[in-house]
Design a protein around this ligand. Structure first.
Ligand code: GDP
Ligand code: GDP
Length: 436
């Protein structure tokens, strides 16, 4: 599940975000788009041929008010630290600049593969002008055009040819989870408390890129877990590590590597915008989700406190109606013992497979309960459904016309599935398909 990572670097205005959007395309959401969740377009998944990868636009990670040269140097450092393959982007229309050379100087220090792409080569003459960039010392420049979309296929062919071999640490039975949340919600404290309770075996596995540092432990019941490191747990003292966009990118990477994501909120501070962004990404990526309200010890509680907090979460995170909520304290360790077990349950649910025959009984009952809708004189007909994937459980529904299977009826089918089978903690995906 550790996706190979590609970073785009280059001075401002060469076309990094244009290329990023071209490569990331619309393939962002696995489950559903959530209105109101604004996207940080600095990190996305891309795909070329059979290869999936993570893509970072380092230009989107601004380093506070550092001077211009410092900014681009830090961004190049991020690429070196985070990526398996680096796309170094320059522009033929502005030609070779000092700033390009500053970026190159940083990239020389790395042994990561660097592919030099010359953007804005929109026509044949401009494609002839790319040879000046040989001087940067990264081999043959590849002409591309973000606005025309040309050259990208050739570029991606080279990119995927440089991906590392599959990592050994992926081939185990450990359930991978991460704790994600704003600074100071108590992630590190929770990590330490969880490890303290599960002292059996703890080991760290270091991979080639920075994010592949997982802590493994075995719970008393013998289940293995791998806890995925996020920013804040292991700080290495680089300037960019303290910027918010970097933290968001690290969180998204950790989510992509997790089976189950613990979205950590701070009981003292309530729900913030950044919490929604993180939870929204985890949902759209189709991960299992548990909402963990930490610092529960800090509140003066009465009989309603927990219910009120839960109501507030359900209102603010309507799309996460499937996620269990736990109220914990890293300090008093209240309810922490149950957390690994809950992660295990969610994992069981996200890999659950339902037989087609059983599914179709559910479908018949559902349609008896709520007949399929009529849309402008056309009745939706649902013939049968079948599960095609896990993580998240994904169901293809065969219908007369996919256009007629609206969101509300999809919702209804999902709710019927949830009330029949235990899918607590996992999103469910429905794919309407026309029966041939
Ligand atoms: P970034 O700062 O490196 O992320 O650059 P942007 O992606 O924001 O692009 C900077 C400008 O260059 C924008 O006005 C883009 O429309 C333009 N641009 C991007 N790619 C191309 C291209 O292939 N050809 C031309 N002519 N313009 C482009
Ligand atoms: P992180 O930035 O999310 O990793 O947060 P930390 O684990 O570093 O915690 C931030 C602060 O909150 C520290 O001072 C912790 O001692 C405190 N803290 C963490 N968990 C709890 C908790 O459950 N209750 C209380 N009262 N304080 C906590």
């Amino acid at each position: 599940m550790a996706l190979p990572t590609v970073a785009i670097v280059g001075r401002p205005n060469v076309g990094k975000s244009t290329i990023f959007n071209r490569i990331a395309g619309d393939r962002i959401s696995i489950v559903e788009d959530i209105p109101g969740v604004t996207r940080d377009r600095i990190y996305a998944r891309g795909q070329w041929l059979a290869h999936e990868f993570a893509l970072i636009d380092t230009g989107g990670i601004d380093i506070g008010d550092a001077p211009f040269v410092k900014q681009i140097q830090e961004q190049a450092e991020i690429a070196i630290d985070e990526a398996d393959v680096i796309i170094f982007l320059v522009s033929v229309q502005e030609g070779l600049t000092n700033a390009d050379e500053k970026v190159a100087q940083i990239l020389y220090r790395s042994d990561k593969p660097v592919i030099l792409a010359v953007n804005k080569a929109d026509n044949p003459e401009q494609r002839q002008d790319i040879y000046d960039f040989y001087a940067l010392g990264f081999g043959e420049p590849m002409p591309i055009s973000g606005s025309q979309g040309t050259g990208l296929g050739d570029l991606l062919d080279v990119v995927i040819s440089k991906f590392p071999e599959k990592r050994a640490d992926e081939a185990d039975d450990a359930i991978r989870f991460s704790l994600i949340g704003r600074p100071n919600v108590g992630k590190s404290s929770l990590v330490n408390a969880i490890l303290g309770d599960n002292r059996v075996i703890v080991s760290s596995i270091e991979g080639t890129t920075r994010d592949a540092i997982d802590t493994k432990f075995t719970a008393p019941d013998g289940q293995e877990y791998a806890m995925i490191d996020t920013a804040g747990i292991r700080k290495r003292g680089k300037v960019y590590e303290n910027t918010e966009r970097y933290a968001v990118m690290r969180a998204m990477r950790a989510i992509d590597r997790s089976d189950v994501v613990l979205v950590v909120l701070n009981a003292e501070e309530g729900i913030r915008e950044q919490d929604k962004k993180i939870a929204g990404y985890a949902h759209e990526a189709g991960r299992g989700i548990v909402i963990v309200v930490n610092k529960w010890d800090t509140l003066d509680k009465d009989n309603h406190t927990m219910q009120d907090f839960e109501n507030q979460i359900r209102t603010e995170f309507q799309y996460l109606d499937y996620a269990p909520i736990v109220f914990v304290s890293a300090i008093t360790k209240q309810r922490l013992m149950n957390l690994p077990e809950l992660v295990k349950t969610v994992h069981e649910n996200q890999i659950r497979r339902i037989q087609s025959a059983t599914l179709n009984d559910v479908l018949l009952d559902a349609m008896a309960l709520t007949p399929t809708p009529n849309v402008r004189g056309h009745r939706l007909r649902v013939y049968y459904m079948t599960q095609v994937a896990i993580k998240p459980p994904t169901f293809v529904v065969f219908v007369n016309d996919p256009e007629l299977l609206h969101f509300s009826y999809q919702r209804f089918l999902i709710n019927q599935l949830r009330s029949t089978f235990d899918f607590t903690g996992t999103p469910i995906k429905i794919i309407p398909r026309k029966r041939k």
